[in-house]
Design a protein around this ligand. Structure first.
Ligand SMILES: Cc1ncc(COP(=O)(O)O)c(C=O)c1O
Length: 500
């Protein structure tokens, strides 16, 4: 047993030992009947005196959490409901961990960890999933506020499906995306993430299978895992999801739905070809499996041609479409939308009522004004140009890493998906970069099995200003070169050779 003891803490060491063990007993990590290490061993293991351990164990006995048994040692006791002693009753701290739903307990919180790491001002984040905050159209927003100040209506409740006038504006926006829908077919959500969550809540029961591209958006994996689903990953190539592999898995698992990001896929940047889109729909029809189409990046395009979303190619009502303003406008407003077949819309409206009633009204009002006054297109053009320049800078810098880093150049979106030499340890690379103030996203978090993707990583080119981006890239590339050199030296010294 290894306990974390801090000798600089003011709390005496025996109390620290008692507290650490208490936490483990109450959280269920140490079950009833578990025998604590003998006092002498515990003392040696933690470089403390035996008296300190005896005092810690006495403390636990006084709480009724352990008992001494001759010949057996100090044993964790069965916890019984204590009798009530009125005001004198001893109240044990509540052990939360055993109470959590098992599905949630097993989901790792990689996003919070990465966001936490990126929250320091001095850290250069190539791990972000948002645009450049310096490009947020703040002055336009202020102008809107001057021209159309918020009134009590915009601070009131809105319909569950969202403000009708915003739904109208989005239906017009969708025409530019080759999809013709009425305002009634649009429902406003708290970001497209809420649509992924609602699809999981509406369609998945524990044990159900769901198909995702492999790799895919990390939070979608977390969401489906939290629903208790079996997540089946299908590899993607330059044209999108591999239909040959998909067909076999559709037959085998009979999944509840297929989750896909056809335009500037996160994390790979791949755009699904028109043939693949049609082929995917064909398979969906044949196996009667719905498609959850997530389209947060489609607008951020550096290409001439824009392919129609799957939703626009689907006359039979198999596709649930999601999109968001998080990537082009303001991620903090939390405004996204869905366009879905009628029965799905009804269930989503019910789930919206249960979750949070509606998206914040002032935010909906501001975005609606932004669209109505025609600011969106100009803003999109400006940001896309800026992101394209940054993409070029990133691609050029990585190319100079002399064949060490492999990647395809995406025609839009936010990311470059990179492969690093197999002999470089991702853990060491992450540590070396973050020691120098640079973070990125390791590839494994985008795979349903986190053991995959070890030699891949995702770099974001949109978030940082140009000079910080260049600085971050230089640190990253030097770290790759350094670790590669070290490992080839080790290979030479040990005579080991790569096994292909
Ligand atoms: C593929 C994908 N879907 C959804 C989202 C979340 O978007 P929103 O902020 O609208 O919830 C992201 C954000 O990174 C994403 O990459």
């Amino acid at each position: 047993m290894r306990l974390d003891i801090n000798r600089n803490e003011t709390l005496p060491v025996y109390m620290q030992i008692a507290n650490r063990i208490k936490e483990q007993i109450l959280s269920g990590i140490l079950p009833a009947g578990f025998v604590l290490p003998p006092e002498r061993k515990m003392a040696d293991d933690h470089a403390v005196s035996r008296t300190t351990v005896i005092r810690a164990y006495e403390e636990l006995k006084a709480l009724g959490l352990v008992a001494s048994h001759r010949g057996k040692g100090t044993v964790v006791t069965e916890r019984k409901v204590p009798e009530s002693h009125g005001n004198d009753q001893k109240v044990f701290p509540l052990s939360w961990y055993p109470l959590f739903d098992k599905k949630i307990a097993n989901v790792s919180d990689t996003v919070s960890e990465l966001m936490h790491a990126g929250n320091h001002n001095d850290v250069i984040s190539l791990a972000a999933g948002i645009g450049d905050p310096n490009l947020y159209p703040i002055s336009t927003l202020q102008q809107i506020q001057r021209e159309s100040p918020l009134e009590s209506d915009q601070l009131n409740l809105s319909p569950v499906e969202g403000l009708y006038s915003l739904r109208e504006s989005i239906s017009r926006l969708m025409t530019g995306r080759n999809l013709s829908v009425s305002a009634k077919e649009v429902m406003i959500l708290a970001g497209s993430m809420q649509g992924i969550d609602f699809a999981a809540r509406a369609l998945l029961s524990p044990g159900d299978a769901v198909i995702v591209e492999e790799p895919t958006f990390l939070q979608a994996i977390q969401c489906f895992r939290a629903a208790g689903a079996k997540i089946i990953g299908i590899p993607i190539d330059r044209e999108g999801i591999r239909l040959d592999v998909l067909e076999a898995q559709l037959a085998r698992y009979k999944p509840k739905f297929i989750y896909t990001i056809p335009a500037y896929h996160n994390p790979t940047g791949v755009v699904m070809s028109i043939e693949r889109r049609k082929g995917l729909l064909d398979l969906a029809y044949r196996y009667q499996v719905p498609i959850l189409e997530d389209d947060p990046y489609g607008d951020i395009s550096f290409a001439q041609e824009r392919l129609p979303p799957l939703k626009a190619l689907d006359p039979y009502g198999y596709v649930i479409y999601l999109s968001t303003f998080s990537k082009v406008l303001f991620p903090g407003l939390r405004i996204g939308w869905t366009i879905a077949p009628e029965p799905v819309m009804r269930k989503f409206a019910l789930l919206k009522q249960i979750a949070d009633l509606h998206v914040n009204t002032p935010g909906q009002f501001l975005v609606d004004q932004f669209l109505r006054k025609g600011y969106y297109e100009a803003h999109l053009r400006r940001t896309s140009l800026d992101y394209q320049k940054k993409r070029d800078v990133m691609a050029k810098a990585l190319t100079q890493a002399k064949g060490l880093i492999h990647f395809e150049i995406p025609d839009g979106g936010f990311y470059l998906w990179c492969r690093i030499p197999y002999q470089i340890s991702q853990k060491e690379l992450l540590a070396l970069c973050s020691d120098q103030g640079v973070i990125y996203t390791p590839g494994n978090v985008f795979y349903p099995q986190e053991s995959d993707g070890e030699h891949w990583l995702r770099l974001n080119f949109t978030y940082e200003s140009m000079d910080r981006l260049e600085r971050g890239l230089s640190i990253f590339i030097n770290a790759v070169k350094k670790l590669n050199k070290q490992s080839s030296q080790t290979d030479l010294e040990t005579g080991s050779r790569p096994i292909v």
